[in-house]
Design a protein around this ligand. Structure first.
Ligand SMILES: [Zn+2]
Length: 140
């Protein structure tokens, strides 16, 4: 009975709002009936109040906050990608220099220079491809 009383008390706001049906416990418990009446008065007051208008600019501020959060998430992803590409470029540079050194028998410093030249040419070609792709997008 006591646990039923506690369970009903948690449901009183929903009963007052008409969402939950009245349980038989209310017929035998004056305390719950009194509390239910308080909840009904509160529900009636809330229903009879004029609607509260949202502050001006709330929708715009909310959209801006969502866009900013999305941008920060994308920036974190791009930063991670840039770090990964930088590390990969260095590993590729070292592997290329080592391969040039091993296969051609040149000194490691000459091999590094050759790898730098090859890397620079590859970067220029990649930048050209990206620029051409952007120009193609802009003309569409
Ligand atoms: Zn009760």
């Amino acid at each position: 009975m006591n646990t039923d009383h506690e369970r009903i008390r948690k449901l009183l706001p929903l009963i007052a709002a008409g969402v939950e049906p009245e349980p038989p416990h209310l017929a035998e418990c004056a305390g719950c009936r009194t509390e239910l009446e308080s909840w009904r008065e509160a529900a009636h007051l809330l229903r009879t109040q004029p609607p509260i208008a949202a502050p001006p600019g709330l929708a715009l501020r909310t959209r801006m906050a969502v866009a900013e959060a999305r941008l920060q998430r994308e920036n974190r992803w791009l930063t991670g990608l840039a770090v990964m590409l930088g590390v990969s470029a260095w590993l590729l540079f070292l592997a290329t220099a080592w391969l040039i050194h091993r296969t051609s028998g040149t000194s490691i410093w000459s091999a590094c220079l050759m790898a730098s030249v090859l890397g620079s040419l590859t970067s220029l070609m990649a930048a050209g491809v990206v620029a051409a792709h952007r120009r193609g997008k802009e003309t569409l």
